[in-house]
Structure formats: structure tokens, C-alpha cells
Design a protein around this ligand. Structure first.
Ligand code: DSN
Length: 431
């Protein structure tokens, strides 16, 4: 077999057919494997899936059309696909303790759009957390279809605490009477009080949607309270802390099952991606194991230890710390814009994303903050004793970003690669 010249020399050949057919693409995938192996990946919405999840996603299930639902398809030949989807649904219901699960949404944004289709009409008022405060585009933010086709009203966090002000949320909900209230988001370092949101939704007559994409794995592992007794609908991606393939699920009480199913198909989507459904089923099976509970708690323990170590180095953390997998740092006191820091850290082998902080005076494409998290490093087996070293690298990296010290970044990159070599990532180690 002729390997493409750019295929990383120290990775065994993992895609022989692809390398033979399309060496150019195989080289890019090989390079990405190398990058994911060597770097400290701190983006809180990313993870490493297991080899089993990877295998399920790359199967002949890819070849099948299955519009409809198990037992009610518009294509024949569903003997196996129906069982795959039923298995995924049964596992989602058991893991999260819900009446109903739809495993067909292609990803988080289509899942949320299906919720709008199920419960609202164009022009209706909907409510969610503002994107720059830590919410999500699809929670009614202006540039998203959900903010263009619906009337989005947005809540935030208090400037003094960085926490949600439930009096403000209640006042807004009672004044605006939204059809939907979304809770959850993309940059929330603190526990979501689903009960408080449910009370407000009840008082204002809204459907409460808990978007738990970031914390689904923590919920499954018992490291974050569950929205199940409180939310009408639960929306989640499957690829963040849940450690599954890129996909999504909608879950609900039985009373909403028909509306949700109808909205996903035929309302919004065509054929489900069966290879993803299978990989979701595998991930849900993995998340039901006792070891996943340990994983979920370790993610939180690591985030708390990392937050402590960063605070000790003078970092300003939004809300003063974290309860979950995520830390949001305001780099204003360090005199480095978030984007400059994120790009310098990337050169140092530490992958983060720049992010707005609440009440950010800078623009979203050049904000004040950096968002980090511990799902990926925990999947590699790093533990609380490693977090001071991680904080030290971030500290040195941010200082080097300010001073333009590329040598310091190169030194950090070598140190990071050394530690990463001792903690092989799931799905990347080829024994
Ligand atoms: N893109 C996801 C995140 O990074 O949080 C949200 O959709």
C-alpha cells in the first residue's frame, strides 16, 4: 500500500480503502487524527467518541432510506433499520427516564426548529437566553430563523453575579406571554434550575423546552439535575458530554409525542441518518454503564479543579467558577482579547474557542472571553491532579499571546504533546 506522503508517520494506517481510493482525503483525516491525538482539546462542546461509536457511524446503514417511523415507513426493506431505531429510542427512554424519544433530528438546530414547528406559529413570541449571555442562536436570537420568523424576547444574567435573575425572567414571561420558553445554552457554567423555569412557564402558560445539549452526558451520569420532571420538551445533541455521534434527540412526556414526531418528519426532515441513529444507540448503551457515571462526575471534578487553579492565577471567571463541565473566562484583566488568546493557545496545542462574555463591550467575532471545558480531556483519563498543569499552560499561553512570545508557545506545545502521549484518546489509539 502506498501511503500518501503527508500521512502521519507515527499513526498506523487506519483507513486502508480510503487511502487507496483517495489518498488526498485520507491524508487529511490522518492529519486530523494526529492533531486530535497531540493537542489538549478544551472546547466544551466537543469530545472523543469511542471506537464502537465510530464503527457504528461508518456502516452500510448509510445506504438505506427510511422516511417515516418504525413500522410506518415509506420505503421497504426496513427489517433491520426499524430495530436499530427502536433500540435507540428504548435506550434514550430508559437512560433519561422519559415517556417519548425521537432520535431522528440531524443535529441540535434542526431539533430546536422542530420544537417551534410543533408548538408555535410564525410570528409567535418565544423566549430564550440571549446569545451573548450564553444562550443559543436557535433560542430566538435575531440572526437565526428562530429570531426572524418568530418574535424572540431574550433574558440574560445579572451583571454583578453572572447568574440568571429569575425575577427578571418571570417579569418578562408574564409581560410577553411567550409560546415557548427555552432554558439552557452554550456558555453557562452554572447548574440550570429547571424547577424555577418550570414554575415560570406554568405561570405564563408557555411550553418549557430544556435544551440540555451541553450537559446531557452530565444528566445521564447523575452529575447535573435532570429536567425530566420539569420540562415539557427536552432537546439535546448527542455529541457533547453524551459522547455520541453528531446528531440530536427530542424527548418529552407522552402528551407531546405525536406533535414532536410530526414536526420532525414530515414537518422538517426527510430520511433519518440511520448510521447516526445506530451510533446514538451505541452511545446511549455506553452512557448507561456504571463507568459513565464516573466519567460524568470526573468531568465536573476536573472543571472545578481547573477553575480553582485558574482563579489562583488571577483569571476572571464568569460567575466566579463552575458547577459543570464549562468555564467562561473574561480576559479583559489580562489585557488580551479572547480571539488573540485563542489563536495563540491553538499554536501552543491547546484548542479553545473565543467567546463573548455577558455585557461584552467587544464584538462577537472579536470578543473578550475564552470558553473552555473538560469533557475531552476527561475522556482521555486526565484527572484533577493534572488541572494545575493545564491552568499553568493556559496562563503561560495567555501571557505569551500578550507579549507575542512564539518560543514560549512552542515550548508549551511540546509539553502538551508529551502529556497527551501518555493519555491515548478513545477512537484514536490503534493497538
Ligand atoms: N456549537 C455548539 C457549541 O459549541 O456550544 C452549540 O450549538
Amino acid at each position: 500500500m502506498n501511503l500518501p506522503p503527508s500521512y502521519p508517520a507515527n499513526l498506523p494506517l487506519s483507513h486502508p480503502a480510503l487511502s487507496a481510493t483517495d489518498p488526498e482525503l485520507a491524508a487529511l483525516i490522518g492529519a486530523e487524527e494526529q492533531l486530535q491525538a497531540d493537542t489538549l482539546r478544551l472546547i466544551p462542546s466537543e469530545n472523543y467518541v469511542s471506537q464502537a461509536v465510530l464503527e457504528a457511524s461508518g456502516t452500510v446503514l448509510q445506504n438505506k432510506y427510511s422516511e417515516g417511523y418504525a413500522g410506518r415507513r415509506y420505503y421497504e426493506g426496513q427489517q433491520n433499520i426499524d430495530q436499530v431505531e427502536r433500540l435507540a429510542i428504548a435506550r434514550a427512554k430508559a437512560l433519561f427516564g422519559v415517556d417519548h424519544a425521537n432520535v431522528q433530528p440531524y443535529s441540535g438546530s434542526p431539533a430546536n426548529l422542530a420544537v417551534y414547528l410543533a408548538f408555535a406559529e410564525p410570528g409567535d413570541t418565544v423566549m430564550g437566553m440571549a446569545l451573548p449571555m450564553g444562550g443559543h442562536l436557535t433560542h430566538g436570537w435575531g440572526v437565526s430563523a428562530t429570531g426572524k420568523w418568530f418574535r424572540g424576547v431574550q433574558y440574560g444574567v445579572r451583571p454583578d453575579t453572572g447568574l440568571i435573575d429569575f425575577d427578571e425572567v418571570r417579569d418578562l414571561a408574564l409581560k410577553e406571554r411567550p409560546k415557548l420558553i427555552f432554558c439552557g445554552g452554550t456558555a453557562l457554567p452554572r447548574t440550570i434550575d429547571f424547577a424555577a423555569f418550570a414554575e415560570i412557564a406554568r405561570e405564563s402558560g408557555a411550553v418549557l423546552v430544556a435544551d440540555v445539549a451541553h450537559i446531557a452526558g452530565l444528566i445521564a451520569g447523575g452529575a447535573h439535575p435532570s429536567p425530566v420532571p420539569h420540562a415539557d420538551v427536552i432537546s439535546t445533541t448527542t455529541h457533547k458530554t453524551l459522547r455520541g455521534p453528531r446528531g440530536a434527540m427530542l424527548m418529552s412526556r407522552e402528551e407531546h409525542a405525536k406533535a414532536i414526531d410530526k414536526a420532525v418528519f414530515p414537518g422538517l426532515q426527510g430520511g433519518p441518518h440511520n448510521q447516526t441513529t445506530a451510533a446514538i444507540a451505541v452511545a446511549l448503551h455506553e452512557a448507561a454503564q456504571p463507568s459513565f457515571r464516573d466519567y460524568a462526575h470526573a468531568v465536573v471534578d476536573n472543571a472545578k479543579a481547573l477553575a480553582e487553579a485558574l482563579l489562583a492565577r488571577g483569571f476572571d471567571l464568569v460567575s466566579g467558577g463552575t458547577d459543570n463541565h464549562l468555564i467562561l473566562m473574561d480576559l479583559t484583566p489580562k489585557d488580551v482579547p479572547g480571539k488573540v488568546a485563542a489563536k495563540a493557545l491553538d499554536r501552543a496545542g491547546i484548542v479553545v474557542n473565543y467567546n463573548t462574555v455577558p455585557y461584552d463591550p467587544r464584538k462577537p467575532f472579536d470578543p473578550s472571553g475564552v470558553r473552555i471545558g473538560t469533557p475531552s480531556l476527561t475522556s482521555r483519563g486526565l484527572a484533577t491532579e493534572h488541572m494545575p498543569a493545564v491552568a499553568d499552560w493556559i496562563d503561560r499561553g495567555v501571557t505569551a499571546a500578550r507579549t507575542g512570545d512564539e518560543d514560549a508557545l512552542a515550548t508549551i506545545r511540546a509539553e502538551v504533546a508529551d502529556l497527551m502521549a501518555a493519555f491515548p484518546a478513545p477512537g484514536l489509539s490503534r493497538d
